[in-house]
Design a protein around this ligand. Structure first.
Ligand code: 13P
Length: 249
């Protein structure tokens, strides 16, 4: 049985004092959860978050990283730096980074390889636009994104990779894919992974759904056969609301 992995993506929200208050409240609410719970916080909050989750069942992730270890890359943060302070996860290739910051499939692939090299677990985001979906190209696009993202990764590396299927039209819009739809697309992603790495890897890999996940729809989504949890944006900014999602049973 695959574990449910429920991650919050705070995006560019929350100051350090808000992070500390959130964790103090949230950690009490989710202490009995059997799911893997991750908070992906802004860079400036990482250190505070790491200190405050000590002794809790909450893990900490970043939202981006550079693929090089160090050097003249003003404003960037490397996987090695993240690992050095105790970060465990890192979101790679979020659609907002692809759309607003020019991240290509090639960059996404480099970042994934670098994350793994430094012992971070990448949460790799893929998903189609509304136009691609309406053209009936969603699955084709997603399969291509998977092939690019995972290029040169071996089977062993796949143990540390999480995939997040986030249809772009469902992000921050209040529109979610129906559970059946999301499940079918995630099945297609698993099939593609099976073609590359075989059934064992495909059955083990965690594939989350993301896009307007709320406490009112999370139970139905997470109960589907192939949906292994969620990557949650807006609803992860409120401790009580996110705890209802993270406490999924
Ligand atoms: P929302 O949950 O706010 O739609 O955001 C989803 C997302 O982009 C998570 O990475």
């Amino acid at each position: 049985m695959r574990k449910k992995v429920i991650a919050g993506n705070w995006k560019m929200n929350m100051l350090p004092n808000e992070t500390i208050n959130f964790i103090d409240e949230f950690s009490k609410l989710v202490k009995n959860s059997e799911n893997e719970i991750i908070l992906c916080v802004p860079f400036i909050d990482l250190f505070y978050a790491l200190l405050h989750v000590q002794g809790t069942n909450i893990k900490i992730g970043a939202q981006n990283m550079h693929w090089e270890e160090k050097g003249a890359f003003t404003g960037e943060v490397s996987g090695n730096m993240l690992k050095s302070i105790g970060v465990e996860y890192v979101i790679i290739g979020h659609s907002e980074r692809r759309a607003y910051f020019g991240e290509t499939d090639e960059i996404v692939n480099k970042k994934i390889k670098s994350a793994l090299k430094y012992g971070l677990k990448p949460i790799v985001c893929i998903g189609e636009t509304l136009e691609q979906r309406e053209d009936g190209k969603a699955v084709e696009i997603i399969k291509a994104q998977i092939q690019f993202a995972l290029k040169d990764l071996d089977k062993k590396m796949m143990d540390d990779v999480i995939i997040a299927y986030e249809p772009i039209w469902a992000i921050g819009t209040g529109k979610t894919a129906t559970s059946e739809d999301a499940n079918n697309t995630i099945k297609a992603i698993r099939e593609e992974i099976s073609k590359i790495y075989g059934q064992n890897v495909a059955q083990r890999v965690i594939i989350q759904y993301g896009g307007s996940v709320k406490s009112t729809n999370s139970h139905e989504l997470f109960s589907m056969s192939d949906i292994d949890g969620g990557l949650v944006g807006g609803a992860s900014l409120n401790a009580e609301e996110f705890s209802k999602i993270a406490n999924y049973k």
